[in-house]
Design a protein around this ligand. Structure first.
Ligand code: GLN
Length: 494
């Protein structure tokens, strides 16, 4: 069994042909984690016993002819998505001892499909960051170069898939946290349309932007995993039941080739690394040579996207973080209420409890965003910042509506780089948050607008091949994941 070359689709075929059992596959992945994860630091928690039990159940299902596309598939889950009974920390010290009391809807769906959960992966604390260096627990390394970051915030999930420590993974994306690490690690990442996947059981960062999505080795796998987790959920009022047809899983390439791809000129002006630019241009050429219609378009408000994101997002963060107060959630500074072992002296007053819990439990980046968020929402500044940002968000959305409007010669899909640079060195940007924020310049816009976006490598990268991956991004109309996955699959197979 070659774990590195296995994909979800080849795995299921092998299982059915009895080339190996789900149990054997899970054992092999658990061994790989034992051997290699000391180096990568992808996992925060590994579910040895539970994973084996789940694999055995999967094998029974296969034996009784009751297997689906994900039966027995060993997955890694970002640690901000909850699994009943399992530790879930969101890589924050404040949740160091927290155990979830229920399954996220995506987990419930995957359990129903009899997938196997290998463990929970590292992230930037509460998904705030672009390098996974903001984790309260450990640094994750890029399997392609151990001195470099895997990207973030779903860096653990991307490193696990790229390093052969999971067949596929779930991440979450608020401003690029699936797509940017996928690009840095040479794998595929899909941020679904806002509302396509239930957020119930995802620890909220910025609720109007967050989406759960797959990180996989191939576009085909991303479609399989997305298809398994999507759909309306009574526990998430923003989720919807959109219509998807068989093209989602089996794109008809003749139809796909009729799609027009737009290249937004604003994305190719400044700040992009020369090597990245060269590779993206090659990717565009490959699509042209393949017969796709390519057209230059304009998204005039692009330059405001990053500033808008860094107002809207912290505003929502500051509200969402309020629940970690040591009473509702968060390690209490009171021993008899399950306080962390490090607590030497219990908090004496309520104020003292809040200060200690949040002061010691949250890391610097989370505190920075709570401060920024409360500031932009404060009475004196609300109109100048938050209300203004909401208006600009609307203008940015209008840009996309126009670009995608079939009545005025609009395109079907938009292509852009996924990141302005390749994976950077560990420590390179930690002292300068502004530099870190700039690495999200190509990915935050799609969350503000809610459209789906797929990040895929410009070519296949092998761990140990000595190359640093580069990715590009395909953005589609709302609920048209089939378009971007279709083009992505064509690109990957040609
Ligand atoms: N890197 C971005 C940020 O720091 C996006 C994070 C995310 O998508 N969760 O906010």
């Amino acid at each position: 069994m070659n774990l590195d070359s296995l994909t979800i689709s080849s795995f299921s075929k092998s299982l059915r042909k009895k080339e190996f059992s789900a149990r054997e596959a899970t054992d092999a992945f658990l061994r790989a984690i034992k051997d290699k994860d000391e180096k990568f630091g992808a996992y925060l928690t590994v579910f040895e016993h539970e994973a084996i039990k789940e694999a055995e159940i999967a094998d029974e299902a296969i034996a009784s002819g009751d297997a689906g596309a994900l039966t027995g598939v060993p997955l890694a889950i970002k640690d901000s998505i909850v699994i009943e009974g399992a530790r879930a920390t969101a890589a924050s010290k404040i949740l160091k001892t927290y155990k979830a009391s229920y399954d996220a809807t995506v987990i419930k769906k995957l359990k129903g499909a009899r997938a196997v959960f290998l463990g929970k992966t590292n992230l930037d604390e509460f998904a705030m960051g672009s390098s996974t260096e903001n984790s309260g627990f450990q640094i994750t390394k890029n399997p392609h170069d151990l001195e470099r970051v895997p990207g973030g915030s779903s860096g653990g999930s991307a490193a696990a898939v790229s390093g052969g420590l999971a067949l596929a993974a779930l991440g979450s994306d608020t401003g690029g946290s699936i797509r940017q690490p996928a690009a840095f690690c040479g794998v595929v990442g899909l941020k679904p349309t806002y509302g396509a996947v239930s957020r119930f059981g995802l620890m909220a960062m910025a609720s109007s932007l967050d989406q759960i999505g797959p990180i996989t080795k191939t576009v085909e796998d991303a479609a399989i995993l997305f298809n398994a987790i999507r759909g309306k959920d009574e526990y998430d009022a923003t989720s919807v039941d959109a219509e998807y047809d068989e093209n989602l899983l089996n794109p008809d390439f003749d139809g796909v080739k009729k799609l027009t791809i737009g290249i937004p000129k604003e994305y190719f002006v400044e700040g992009m690394d020369a090597e990245v630019k060269k590779e993206i241009e090659k990717a565009i050429q490959k699509l042209k040579d393949g017969g796709f219609k390519i057209k230059e378009i304009s998204l005039p408000h692009t330059k405001y996207a990053l500033s808008t994101y860094y107002i809207v997002m912290p505003a929502e963060v500051s509200a969402n973080m309020a629940r970690y107060d040591g009473i509702r959630f968060g390690v209490a500074h009171r021993k008899r209420y399950g306080g962390i072992p490090e607590v030497k002296k219990d908090a004496e007053t309520l104020r003292d409890l809040y200060f200690k819990t949040r002061g010691e439990g949250f890391g610097e980046e989370v505190k920075r965003r709570i401060l920024l968020g409360t500031f932009v929402l404060s009475a004196g500044y609300y109109d100048a910042y938050y209300a203004k940002a909401q208006k600009v968000r609307k203008l940015i959305t209008e840009d996309f509506k126009k670009a995608f409007n079939p009545q005025s010669g609009g395109v079907d899909v938009i292509l852009s780089p996924a990141t302005p640079t390749q994976a950077f060195k560990i420590g390179e940007k930690t002292s300068d948050p502004m530099q870190m924020y700039l690495s999200d310049v190509f990915t935050v816009t799609q969350n503000l607008v809610g459209v789906p976006a797929l990040s895929l490598p410009v070519k296949q990268y092998k761990v140990g091949g000595g190359e640093l991956p580069i990715g590009f991004q395909l953005v589609g109309r709302h609920f048209r994941e089939a378009d971007i996955l279709g083009i992505g699959k064509w690109y990957e197979q040609n």
